[in-house]
Design a protein around this ligand. Structure first.
Ligand code: PHE
Length: 385
């Protein structure tokens, strides 16, 4: 049975050019064919040196072969030259194909090194600063009692900060060394005299009463400044919340009831509260309010210095001199005021030992106050039950 038995068409053998080139008939050229066939397996370095070895301008095998054409017997020259050129094209194509294949391999290796499964950088979820939250909670409690919010300037006049609040002239608190004065001329039309960084939010009592006649019920959050060192229990810049209620028939009972209600809302419904006599020039009588230590609940611990109590605010009945300075009729109206420090209250509530932690902006500290997902603790939402 001949080779054509399976079909009518002549059986044709295809030589895959690159893997089985036709022999040239010249022994020294045919000796190169195995090297041509080996090209698809060459490494990048071997490829580079093989290109030089075969096609190199000086000593490449095929370069030398071409150069030898004129030395051949005349009848051979044409076919030998043609055979060299064919082989040269085959080598060039094989080198180019191997080069492309190596490039493709390198690219896919590089892509594999790009690990797209690496976890992305964690997104930081912003949260209110603990002091900001405490301020919002306190304001929210007073809002529930019908108080509105007022604000005033941090650069204040000596008159609003001291004189109108009944500080006697030349009171030591007004001393240049005790308070931070601002080196700027007094505001035009302002009766206030020298400018300073307000030392408390009480000057906004004066601004409020000058602007709106009673009845008045306001809370006044804001930053205040004192010539204090920056140590574990002091900061030269800190927050206060002032409260002011002025109306007919207001008594110390209203003051006490309001502040006790506040303490029960802000801390716990059973938190004990006590008032101690105190002194402020702009209230009479004056008191300081303590709450049961939030850490030891009254038994005494380092945070409350063993007393079981923590002072959270100063308060008292508005002094008639304040009414005089603001044109409120003291025969008709009475009122009370308080001032508390949210930075201190934040420390008491969370047992923070050093006030400077509240200023550092250290994420390791602040992250501990980020509310768990779903319970954004602003205002009433985050208040203790
Ligand atoms: N302004 C006082 C202080 O900074 C606090 C205070 C406010 C006291 C209102 C009584 C009434 O210490």
């Amino acid at each position: 049975m001949g080779p054509f038995a399976l079909g009518g068409r002549p059986h044709r053998v295809y030589h895959e050019k690159s893997c089985m080139p036709d022999p040239t008939g010249y022994a020294e050229l045919d000796a190169l064919i195995p090297r041509l066939q080996a090209i698809p397996g060459l490494s990048p370095d071997a490829l580079a040196s093989e290109i030089v070895a075969v096609l190199g301008r000086k000593n490449g095998e095929l370069t030398l072969a071409l150069r030898s054409v004129p030395t051949r017997p005349p009848e051979e020259r044409k076919s030998y030259g043609a055979a060299v050129n064919r082989l040269k094209v085959e080598f060039e194509q094989a080198f180019a194909r191997r080069g492309e294949a190596l490039d493709a391999e390198r690219r896919s290796r590089e892509q594999a090194a790009l690990d797209l499964t690496m976890p992305s950088r964690r997104r930081w979820i912003g949260a209110e600063h603990p002091v900001t939250r405490v301020i919002a909670e306190i304001v929210e409690i007073f809002r529930g009692l019908g108080f509105t919010v007022a604000v005033g300037p941090e650069v204040e006049s000596e008159w609003h900060n001291f004189i109108a609040l009944n500080f006697p002239p030349n009171h030591p608190a007004m001393d240049m060394h005790d308070t931070l004065y601002v080196d700027a001329p007094p505001l035009a039309g302002d009766q206030g005299g020298r400018l300073l960084l307000r030392t408390h939010t009480s000057p906004v009592q004066i601004r409020t009463l000058l602007e709106s006649p009673p009845p008045v019920r306001v809370v006044i959050p804001g930053m205040v400044y004192r010539n204090d060192p920056f140590d574990p229990s002091h900061a030269p810049v800190f927050s206060q919340i002032e409260g002011l209620a002025v109306d007919e028939g207001i008594s110390f009972v209203d003051l006490k009831a309001t502040l006790v209600h506040f303490a029960h809302q802000f801390f716990t419904p059973t938190t004990k509260v006590r008032f101690r006599p105190s002194f402020f020039p702009f209230t009479e009588p004056s008191a300081e309010m303590d709450v049961e230590c939030q850490l030891c609940h009254g038994s005494g611990c380092p945070a409350c210095k063993g007393t079981g109590w923590m002072e959270i605010l100063g308060c008292g009945m508005v002094h008639p001199a304040v009414f005089e300075h603001t044109g409120v009729d003291p025969e008709r109206y009475t009122g009370w005021a308080f001032g508390m420090g949210p930075h201190r209250i934040t420390m008491l509530r969370y047992g923070i030992p050093d006030i400077r932690l509240l200023y550092d902006g250290d994420m390791r500290f602040l992250e501990q106050f980020v509310p768990a997902a779903g319970q954004r603790a602003s205002g009433a939402a985050g208040r203790h039950a």
